[in-house]
Unconditional design. Structure first.
Length: 264
């Protein structure tokens, strides 16, 4: 369990400088909290996902209110929705995480990149605390230069729009994520064009074949050709629909891969 910091003083690791809120973690996870407690009292219950800092809902036990967390690509909570799906609380963030909340007051701590706002302006990133106003961590990276930055206090190499650091050790989510997304989408559309071209070519071949086959019909050529052309068109429509289905599946996978890339 971890208690929340209550001041910006250097004594962040002392009991005097902390609030009396704690987090209980799942026995199968150990990373994402499942409850907020104050002593023996449960303050809130948390429903999380499989991803790190992935929180779906938070139930304030005292208020009896369950809020669904709506997040962006970095995992930052941009809104809290009630049971009807209406946004009650909204969050806006400056690039380095300085946070402004509007709407209905809510005790939800999971805000910038899904991390816990201690109510002091500090964010807890597990290994150390982060100050979004100063745009840096308050202590050196405990793994030193293994964190892949010569500045041991820097936050995500000063690239907060594309990266985050859920453990407070090294950035995850690479700047290659966006180019990879564009490349994936371009590949998907390329496949769509090829698919549609094959269907169109097949339809043209079908119509040409119908024309040749109906010559033997003599006076009934027009009716014969119209019938088989309609069949060709129907088959082409099915083909184009399949192309669209494949495109949608590929685009969805592209965005899933992008989300996984951003989450590290």
């Amino acid at each position: 369990m971890r208690k929340k910091a209550a001041s910006l003083e250097p004594s962040l690791n002392t009991e005097q400088s902390r609030r009396h809120f704690q987090y209980a973690y799942g026995i199968n996870d150990g990373v994402n909290p499942v409850q907020e407690t104050s002593g023996a009292t449960v303050v809130a219950n948390i429903l999380g996902g499989l991803g790190i800092d992935e929180v779906f809902t938070r139930t304030d036990v005292g208020a009896g209110i369950t809020s669904s967390l709506l997040t962006d690509a970095l995992g930052s909570t941009i809104a809290l929705a009630d049971s009807a799906g209406t946004a009650q609380t909204e969050y806006t963030f400056e690039p380095f995480g300085k946070t402004t909340a509007t709407g209905v007051s809510n005790s939800n701590p999971f805000q910038y990149t899904g991390r816990e706002n201690d109510g002091t302006g500090l964010y807890y990133y597990r290994a150390r605390y982060y100050h979004p106003g100063l745009q840096r961590f308050l202590s050196e990276d405990p793994i030193g230069f293994a964190g892949r930055d010569y500045n041991l206090f820097a936050y995500v190499k000063n690239n907060p729009l594309l990266k985050k650091d859920p453990l407070g050790l090294e950035p995850c989510g690479d700047k290659d994520c966006l180019p990879k997304l564009f490349e994936c989408l371009a590949h998907a559309w390329g496949n769509e064009i090829k698919c549609m071209a094959l269907v169109a070519a097949g339809a043209a071949t079908c119509v040409a074949g119908a024309g040749l086959a109906c010559i033997a019909a003599g006076p009934g050529y027009a009716a014969c050709f119209a019938f088989f052309s309609a069949q060709c068109a129907a088959a082409a429509a099915v083909g184009f629909e399949l192309c669209a289905t494949y495109l949608l599946a590929e685009v969805i996978q592209c965005y899933r891969d992008y989300d996984a890339c951003m989450k590290g």
